[in-house]
Design a protein around this ligand. Sequence first.
Ligand code: COA
Length: 335
Amino acid sequence: MQKKNKLYSAVITGVGMYVPEKVLDNKYFESILDTNDEWIRTRTGISERRVLEEGGTSVLATKAVEDLLKSTNTDPLDVDVIIIATITPDMAFPATAALVQDNIGAKNAWGYDLSAACSGFLFAMQSGTSLIESGQYKKVVVVGAEKMSSILDYTDRNTCLLFGDGAAAVLLEPSEDLNIGVQDSILRTDGSGKDALFMKAGGSLHPASHETVDNREHFVYQDGKAVFKVAVKGMADISVEIMEKNGLKSEDIAYLVPHQANLRIIDATAKRMGIPPEKVTINIAKYGNTTAATIPLCLAEYYRDGKFKKGDNLILAAFGAGYTWGSMHIVWGID
Ligand code: COA
């Protein structure tokens, strides 16, 4: 992204979030699986996660967007675009974005879903940023929303306790001050990682059948060890790369906002960047891995906690299925 070649910068002007009320703590998993609270906390950093009992991802996304519109005093009729990053859409089609558009009465908006797993929010932010920078759109809502509980095998201790449900949203608007807002991003996809983290059935290759159900193929499969190795390297490398590309030193960065898959991956990334733990947004203990929702949930909670100031340099970073990964440099734009 060339700062000097654009007329507008895409600035986050508001945040919204929603997590369902029902909590599954580590004790619950002790009661259904051969695992224990100590293992889960020390190996992942997770203490509890939320689960939506009724409805699909559109319920979570709608509530997060309603929170966003309310807190920014935005009329739904003024929303131009809704982009929803999710791997757990209500259904294959129509898009969850269409369901949310209807729920909130955004009658002048168009929208679409974007599938990039744990990097989904970053990819959606880049899409939204381009729409704003083009000068064509003034209010773009970018959402990360997942009902991960709908694709988890609660008999598989390797996966089910890692993930949770939740949604969060940001509003992107144009600013002529090019020194605030999204400054740069580096995004990557490497489909050779497809065998390490995937859901086998339910798509056009293996449509739902008695066999796919019997074989438990409608659930997340993860080779945790393989993913862990590439995630540590991928997230750290791309975060250091964006710092170097933008001439940022550790002390210039107010917060690293990392995807929340495993506290050990987050710690390794921060360490490589030279960022101390107090400058890293962390809420994995409360929500687990909410896939596309982790980064916007961090943005919403830390902003509302008064942690971000206008002019702060934030580095967003993610790694996920695909593989997909990326980093984004944002200068916080709200007072
Ligand atoms: N409870 C108790 N023990 C468990 C367990 C559980 N839930 N899951 C695995 N174990 C055991 C294993 O069987 C193994 O035992 P062994 O040494 O006797 O064989 C031991 O704990 C270590 O297992 P391992 O798979 O090596 O654990 P790990 O340290 O790699 O942690 C993950 C597992 C899944 C937490 C970790 O690999 C991870 O976070 N992976 C990446 C996740 C990620 O980033 N995903 C990308 C974005 S979604």
